[in-house]
Write a protein that binds this ligand. Sequence first.
Ligand SMILES: [Zn+2]
Length: 295
Amino acid sequence: MMRKPPPWPNGARCAVGFSFDVDADSVVHAGKRGGVLDELHAVAQMRYDPHVGLPRLVDLFGGYGIPITCFVPGWVVEAYRKPVEHILAGPNEIAHHGYFHEWPREQDRERERETLIAGSARIAELTGKPPVGYRAPYYGLSRHSFDLLVEAGFLYDSSLFADDMPIVLEAARGRLIELPPPASVDDYNQYVSSRAFDYLMTISPPSRALEVYRAEFDALWEFGGLFIPVWHPAVSGRPAQAAAIRTLVEHMLAKGGVWFATLEQIARHVAGLIETGAWSPRVETVPFYAQPVLR
Ligand SMILES: [Zn+2]
């Protein structure tokens, strides 16, 4: 039995929330620590993100009046104030993505809590309010993550490739809305081959990546689901890759019936549907297992 997708505003067929993880060189500092002074190649590659890729993409989407959601580590908000501030030139959202892009599951509960609070504080200093959305760096959630997010007042998470439409996560401390990205729509899989990051994929021409993105979008459009690409300005903000995004946006606009929104807008819409009983999502209890199934 297929569950019915949620009704989208204005009778739209599907919802699209373009999301970008603005990691910049936070990942290099977190990974290399004191060794970062000799990591010029890796740092330069990641500084492309705030200096070149991010402004290009903000302006590209701004030209269409289409909102985007940027997940930004706290340190990046502070270190690259001007480019991050430029996100707010459009109808866009800034959401939480760690502080130095640390692995949540490698932190203990208290350290993970401190990281959440510190990242939220940096974002609130810029936007005037704490973020309501979260994506775990490396998708590397811990068993504590959802309780900590509920305690900190978050509305949604977007880290799990769990469904084709929003679901609800039931944690011990309360509920969160999960906005799942499709598993195939991370741009690292398409475009990144880097010895510096130990990430060696066959690089796709943007036309081929576009084929993957378009197939995913067309199917979700048909089905009435939610399309949330996870892209990185350091990767998809380069000229040929950004041009492919523009082609995809044109395809969506020509097809019509798409609700373009920030992830916060999508989560609030879903929360409203749940409150009025207009739609009921699938509910998952997290963490999924209290004890290992095998020992
Ligand atoms: Zn990231």
